[in-house]
Design a protein. Sequence first.
Length: 262
Amino acid sequence: MKLIDTHCHLTHGRLARQLPDVLARSKQAGVEAMICAAGNVQESKASLNLARAHAGVYCTAGVHPHDAKDVGDQYLKTLEELAADAKNVAVGEIGLDYHYDFSPREDQRRVFAAQLELAARLGKKIVIHTREAFDDTLAILSASNADPAKVVFHSFTGDASQAHRALELGAMLSFSGIATFARADDIRQSVAATPDDRILIETDAPYLSPEPVRKMKTNEPANVVHVAAALAVVRKATPQELAELTSANAERFFALGEACTS
């Protein structure tokens, strides 16, 4: 079974300390490619270095809303330089997070908007994080020059109504282990409503371990097999069919190309 984990954090200490074993287990599980996401400039640099060192690993470059208050004067220039590398497939993860408000909302909105414009100018795909800020996220995205068809909402947790709004813009939806949780019926309705060509899967490792391994403290890309299995049930498909579908979507959307199988 061929799988692609479209969003994980391999530079996080809990994974980085055991990276050879993590990659070996991923390969054994059928994960042929993974995208290492970043949340600030330092992580963006580390993610690119990791991606350069490993076949089948790709990366993003961006500033997460949690870190928006800490950007320096040159952060956009640095992100642009990192995004120019062939192993970089997107600007991200960027967006808004009103749940924790680790950065003032004004800073979050400003940095999100600036990175959308950067991605638009560079023609890059965009990985969006949104939590308790869906309306503002869509408003800023719609007001930008970014092409919504180049956007993926990662670890989508909205209900079917929000899914339809994102899909009407042309965006992709990526689902994580949260969709496997017992109380995630609203998310599973979004899973069912997403067209075949607009759905992706991810782990968001080391976070969000899926059922039936939810007690695993450190999630890892190999567990994307469980996300695929759960989504397959919702979509009345086999795990193999779901894996093939989402892998093809990931290769096309992120332009991973033949290197995915290297």
